[in-house]
Write a protein that binds this ligand. Structure first.
Ligand code: ATP
Length: 239
C-alpha cells in the first residue's frame, strides 16, 4: 500500500577500512514516495546508497526492504529483489551498443518476454535511445548517457530506485529534463531515494528529505518544510 515503509535503515554504520563514513543512521522510505538525501560533499550520501545496494558492507545496523534484511546479501541479490542503484557517473560500457548496454542491465531478468517488455518500456520513456539503439553507447551525449544509465536500471524492474546525482555534469536545461524523468519514473510506480546536488530541485520533487552531516542525520522533515528552513536555505539553497 502507498505510504507503507518499504525501505528502512536503523543504526546503520559503514565505511572504508578504518574510515567510518556513516555513524548509525536511521532513515525510512515509504512506498510511492521520492525521498531526498541532502548534504555537503563527503557527508556520506553516496555511501548511504552503496550500503543499501550492497556495494559497501554495513558495519552495524539493519537495512530492510519489504521487511527483509538486506545486510549480508550480495549486491546482485539485492538488485534482483528490486532495489536498484544508479551510481554517480554514467558507466556506459564502451564498445557495446545502446541496446546491448540496456540488455546487460536486464541480466537479472531471466524471462526473455519480460526483458523485451522492459526494453519497450525504456524506449517508450526515452525515444532517443530507441533511435540510437545500434550506436555505440559511449557516443551518446552526457544527457543521453544518463538516460541510458537510468534505462539500464529500469531493465531490472526496480521497486526502489537509488539515484546518485542523476544530473551531475549536465547543462541546466538537461538538469530540468532529468528531474522530469525522475518524476515520471515515480509516477510509474517506482519509489525513489534521490541524491541530487541541486537541493532546490530535489526538495521540489521530493515528499520528504534527510540532511546528512559527516555521517549523521542532522535534520529530517517534509521536503516543503525543509525548503523553508533558514539553516537549510543558508547551507544548501544559496539563500
Ligand atoms: P559527494 O557529494 O562529494 O559525492 P557524499 O556525501 O556522497 O559526497 P561519500 O562519497 O559517501 O560522500 O563519502 C563519505 C566519506 O567517505 C568521505 O569522507 C569520503 O572521503 C569517504 N570515502 C568515500 N569513498 C571512499 C573510499 N572508496 N575509500 C575511502 N574513503 C572513502
Amino acid at each position: 500500500e502507498t505510504g507503507d515503509v518499504v525501505l528502512s535503515l536503523k543504526g546503520v554504520s559503514a565505511g572504508y577500512g578504518r574510515i567510518t563514513a556513516l555513524h548509525g543512521i536511521d532513515l525510512e522510505v515509504r512506498r510511492g514516495e521520492i525521498v531526498t538525501l541532502l548534504g555537503a560533499n563527503g557527508a556520506g550520501k553516496t555511501t548511504t546508497l552503496k550500503t543499501i545496494s550492497g556495494l559497501v558492507r554495513a558495519q552495524a545496523g539493519s537495512i530492510t526492504f519489504e521487511g527483509e534484511e538486506l545486510v549480508g546479501r550480495k549486491a546482485s541479490a539485492i538488485a534482483r529483489m528490486g532495489v536498484v542503484h544508479v551510481p554517480e557517473g554514467r558507466h556506459v560500457l564502451r564498445g557495446l551498443s545502446v541496446r546491448e548496454n540496456l540488455e546487460l542491465g536486464g541480466f537479472t531478468v531471466h524471462d526473455s518476454k519480460l526483458r523485451g517488455e522492459r526494453l519497450e518500456e525504456v524506449f517508450g520513456l526515452f525515444p532517443i535511445l530507441q533511435q540510437r539503439q545500434h550506436q555505440d553507447g559511449s557516443l551518446l551525449s552526457g544527457g543521453e548517457q544518463q538516460m541510458l544509465a537510468i534505462g539500464r536500471a529500469m531493465m531490472h524492474g526496480p521497486r526502489v530506485l537509488l539515484l546518485d546525482e542523476p544530473s551531475m555534469g549536465l547543462a541546466p536545461k538537461l538538469v530540468l529534463e532529468t528531474m522530469r524523468i525522475v518524476k515520471q519514473l515515480n509516477e510509474r510506480g517506482a519509489t525513489i531515494l534521490l541524491v541530487e546536488q541541486n537541493a532546490r530541485l530535489a526538495l521540489k520533487l521530493a515528499k520528504y528529505g534527510y540532511v546528512l552531516e559527516t555521517g549523521n542525520i542532522r535534520m529530517e522533515g517534509e521536503a516543503s518544510d525543509l525548503a523553508k528552513d533558514t539553516a537549510i536555505v543558508r547551507a544548501y539553497l544559496g539563500g
